[in-house]
Design a protein around this ligand. Structure first.
Ligand SMILES: O=c1nc[nH]c2c1ncn2[C@H]1C[C@H](O)[C@@H](COP(=O)(O)OP(=O)(O)OP(=O)(O)O)O1
Ligand SMILES: [Mg+2]
Length: 196
C-alpha cells in the first residue's frame, strides 16, 4: 500500500519511513510540487487534518492514502508553550535552530535549568473511506542547553523520562521506540490495516 506523507519536514519523513517499513512511503513532494499549507487550526489534530486534506485534494487521486503529522513540544514552566506553535516559535520564517535557541532563551528567562515537558504528535489519515486521527506523547525534561546533534527540531534539548542524555545524544534507534511519533504511528497502523 502506498502511503503519501503530507509533510515538508525531512526529519519527519526520515522517521516515518523508518517506522513504516511495511508500506511504500513517499513524501508528497516526490509526486507534486510542494505548496504552502496554512496551519490555522487550534489543535494538533485539526492541523494534521488540514495538512492531510490539502494534499489529498491536490493529488486528485482518490485511491491514495495520505498521512499527516502535526507535532510540537509543550513546556510546563511556559504554561505549555510553544505547543502547536512549535514550528513558528522564533517567528514565521524560523528554522529548527532558531526555534531551539529561542526555547532555551525562554527557559533561561524563567530562571530554570530545566522543566518537565512533553512532545505531542497527532497523525491524520485521509482516504476515500474517510478521515481518522490518533495521538502519541513522549514525556521528559526540556533543558536550557543543547547536547548532541542527533534527531531534529528540539531534540538536542529534550531528555526523555528515565534517561540522562538528550535525544541529540541518544541513539536514533531509541527514539524510534519511545517517541510520540512512534506511539501515534502504532495506532495509525491499526487503522491502515482496516483500510486494506
Ligand atoms: O520528534 C521531534 N523532535 C524534535 N522536534 C520535533 C519533533 N516533533 C516535532 N518537533 C518540532 C519541530 C517543529 O518545530 C514542530 C513541528 O511543527 P509541524 O508544523 O508539525 O511540522 P513542520 O512545520 O516542521 O512540517 P509539516 O507541517 O510540513 O509537517 O515541532
Ligand atoms: Mg508545519
Amino acid at each position: 500500500m502506498k502511503l503519501v506523507l503530507a509533510t515538508s519536514n525531512k526529519g519527519k519523513v526520515r522517521e516515518i519511513k523508518a517506522l513504516c517499513k511495511e508500506y511504500e512511503v513517499v513524501a508528497y513532494s516526490e509526486l507534486i510540487k510542494e505548496f504552502e499549507i496554512i496551519e490555522d487550526g487550534d489543535t494538533f489534530k485539526q492541523n494534521a487534518l488540514i495538512k492531510a486534506r490539502a494534499v489529498y485534494k491536490a493529488l486528485g487521486d482518490e485511491d491514495v492514502i495520505v498521512l499527516a503529522d502535526d507535532s510540537g513540544i509543550s513546556v510546563d514552566v511556559l504554561d505549555g508553550q510553544p505547543g502547536i506553535y512549535s514550528a513558528r516559535h522564533a517567528g514565521v520564517d524560523a528554522n529548527d535552530k532558531d526555534n531551539l535557541f529561542k526555547l532555551i532563551k525562554d527557559l533561561k528567562q524563567k530562571g530554570v535549568a530545566s522543566s518537565p515537558a512533553h512532545y505531542t504528535a497527532a497523525i491524520a489519515i485521509v482516504t476515500k473511506k474517510g478521515e481518522y486521527s490518533v495521538h502519541g506523547w513522549m514525556y521528559g525534561d526540556a533543558i536550557a542547553q543543547t547536547r548532541g546533534d542527533g534527531g531534529f527540531g528540539y531534540d538536542p534539548m529534550f531528555i526523555p523520562l528515565g534517561f540522562d542524555q538528550t535525544l541529540g545524544e541518544l541513539d536514533e534507534e531509541l527514539k524510534k521506540k519511545l517517541s510520540h511519533r512512534f506511539k501515534a504511528l502504532s495506532l495509525a497502523k491499526k487503522i491502515l490495516k482496516s483500510l486494506l
